[in-house]
Design a binder for this molecule. Structure first.
Ligand SMILES: Nc1ncnc2c1ncn2[C@@H]1O[C@H](COP(=O)(O)OP(=O)(O)OP(=O)(O)O)[C@@H](O)[C@H]1O
Length: 602
């Protein structure tokens, strides 16, 4: 049975076992605001009031793709102009057998969804309101951009995939899907930017799965123990790769398309065995993939589709060398011979410029402004001194629990800058009766997965995380994101708060700001204003000070944060000077890490 936050808090208060974190020593118990005048009130700072505005066949038998008529589908027409010309409707896919895995019974990935507690599914389905995205301005640029669709029915994705879309309860495509799917189905390369939680995963998975379903005549080389995937999806973290894998498995159920995941920190042997059984779509983190390539257990020579999720992150300083190695220095077909799809919620122009090396005659798609946050998220920023942060956080959590605003199932994600900080805060919350767990790069993969599971299930409804959990993770019941430590980069802020307010639902994000965040003041104020949020007067003053006093070192300062979209339209943009700072190195780019802050990424 599920344990609610309130229940577990009560349990921990009376000393019952917390099944997630190590036993917490009995220490300085947190005193909630309403009891403070009776206890150690002098130690506790004044409390800032918390205000919130806020039936398909279950068969396991393979169903072959049976498009309406039997036209045959020629290989993806890579690099072709226009759209739809050679993507005939009623493609004749009917014989995919997922390689050597043919005899294995396919696990029904929807089983858990169906078995899920009714109250929770109800809760998750209410409030999904993609009409909320209808007013968002969309920009496309490039030659002969294929037109968008309004419904899934207008696109011929194949019957098996259509059934899975219904099983997922996707009634209509989200805006990014309306545009990106036809563009990708037309064989075009794509750089797509759309807000967090707006359905980008399906936007790149559907065309890839559909394309592979139609490829009847692919002859893979027969090299013992080497896997030849047709599609590669790269993402920056292990957890995100697992999530994409899970989603792609759902979308490809009974299509015959085989999806495998490979990521670091987990035993490689099991992943090798999966690869040996056959793979069409490989979802991977870069490090583990390089390992597999160097062992010659994976070859990229058959790659038709390359997708980079969180593409700007994949191409910034931390990952770019590995990505170049995978994409340019191994045996992957070059741009024009493969289809490349880049997706993110943020795309700084210097990264767009860099990314263009991987693309051929691509379409640029922006749903909403590049790097903007969705206004489904109510954003609050509060001035909190470093020394007051813990008690302030506990006040917020306490008020949240008392008010029961988000019901018993509401989850809170708290971001901090360092791994040590994450451990310390988890411990502090835990000893004060707030059931918390943590996720960061120093925890073993097993611990990371356990923590995430415990959080998702509501057993520990507070997760303290570094940026390792900032991007892509789709946890439906995250009601509140707290930036306990603000990041140095506004794009990281956008991704972090995007863990709530997803799929048309409302969310709340609270940030603790103080003098050490001066460099973020202007971009934060601009971002909030653009998302129709109330910007406190004191933040506006800090923003002005940062602008005039030179304190704003955020890489997208200087007034052009919302100016640039498709960087190709900004004729004067020069990669050599803007990105590399004219030094041939990375001098001009401040990246996402503050000085001395180790990478939280895989
Ligand atoms: N057409 C749709 N109808 C209903 N729900 C959808 C649809 N498409 C996607 N979703 C749901 O929306 C949620 C967010 O999707 P997804 O994780 O792909 O967002 P994203 O844009 O990749 O976010 P992020 O930028 O944070 O990575 C998921 O739970 C997904 O199942």
């Amino acid at each position: 049975m599920r344990t609610s936050w309130a229940d577990s808090a009560d349990n921990s208060a009376i000393g019952s076992a917390n099944n997630n974190t190590s036993a917490c020593p009995p220490r300085a118990a947190y005193v909630p605001p309403h009891l403070r005048n009776r206890t150690l009130s002098s130690e506790v700072p004044p409390v800032v009031p918390v205000s919130h505005s806020a039936s398909l066949p279950p068969a396991n038998d393979r169903v072959n793709y049976g498009g309406p008529t039997g036209g045959s589908y020629s290989k993806p027409d890579i690099g072709r102009q226009g759209h739809g010309s050679s993507f005939q409707t009623g493609g004749g896919w009917n014989s995919r057998g997922a390689g050597r895995d043919r005899g294995r019974r396919e696990v029904n990935p929807f089983e858990n969804d169906e078995a899920e507690d009714d109250s929770i599914s109800e809760q998750e389905n209410t409030g999904i309101n993609f009409d909320a995205y209808d007013d968002i301005p969309v920009e496309t640029s490039g030659d002969n951009v294929p037109p968008p669709v309004n419904t899934f029915a207008e696109i011929d994705l194949g019957e098996a995939l259509n059934q899975n879309i219904q099983r997922c309860k996707y009634v209509k495509p989200t805006p990014v899907q309306r545009y990106a799917i036809p563009i990708s189905l037309a064989g075009r390369d794509l750089m797509a930017c759309a807000q967090t939680g707006s359905g980008k995963t399906a936007a790149f998975c559907f065309p890839i799965i559909s394309g592979i379903m139609r490829e009847q005549y692919v002859q893979k080389p027969r090299v013992a123990r080497t896997a030849f995937p047709l599609a590669l999806i790269l993402s920056p973290t292990r957890e995100l790769s697992c999530q994409i894998h899970d989603e792609a498995k759902k979308f490809s159920y009974q299509t015959g398309v085989k999806v495998v995941v490979a990521y670091g920190g987990a035993p490689i042997n099991q992943q090798l065995r999966e690869l040996e059984r056959g793979v069409d779509i490989l979802v991977a983190t870069p490090g583990r993939l390089v390992d597999l390539l160097e062992r010659a257990r994976v070859s990229l020579q058959m790659i038709r589709y390359l997708a980079l999720d969180e593409a700007d992150r994949m191409l910034d300083m931390g990952f770019e060398p590995q990505i170049r190695k995978i994409v340019e220095q191994m045996d992957m077909p070059p741009p024009g011979m493969r289809q490349t799809l880049l997706f993110s919620a943020t795309f700084p122009k210097e990264i767009q410029s860099l990314a263009s090396d991987f693309l051929s005659n691509y379409v640029f798609l922006a749903v909403g402004r590049v790097g903007s946050s969705t206004d489904l998220i109510a954003q609050r920023v509060e001035y909190v001194l470093e020394s007051d942060k813990r008690s302030h956080l506990m006040d917020l959590l306490h008020a949240q629990r008392e008010n029961g605003i988000y019901g018993k199932q509401g989850l809170t994600l708290v971001f901090v800058e360092t791994k040590k900080g994450a451990d310390a805060l988890e411990h502090c919350l835990c000893v004060n009766g707030f059931p918390a767990t943590s996720i960061h790069g120093d925890r073993s993969q097993q611990e990371r997965e356990l923590a995430l599971r415990s959080f998702k299930s509501g057993n520990t409804p507070i997760l303290v995380a570094t940026d390792v959990a900032a991007r892509g993770l789709d946890i439906p019941r995250v009601a509140h994101v707290v930036n306990f430590d603000l990041p140095n980069d506004i794009d990281d802020y956008v991704h972090r708060i995007g863990r709530t307010g997803r799929a048309g639902k409302m969310g709340l994000a609270t940030a603790f700001f103080n003098e050490s965040n001066l460099s973020l003041a202007k971009s934060l104020a601009d971002l909030m204003q653009e998302a129709n949020q109330e910007v406190p007067a004191w933040l506006t003053r800090y923003a002005a000070r940062a602008t005039y006093g030179g304190g704003n070192r955020n890489r997208r300062s200087g007034g052009n944060r919302f100016g640039g979209r498709d960087f190709r339209r900004e004729g004067s943009f020069n990669k050599a000077t803007d990105y590399y700072g004219g030094t041939g190195g990375y001098g001009g780019y401040s990246g996402g890490y503050g000085q001395g802050v180790a990478s939280a990424w895989d």
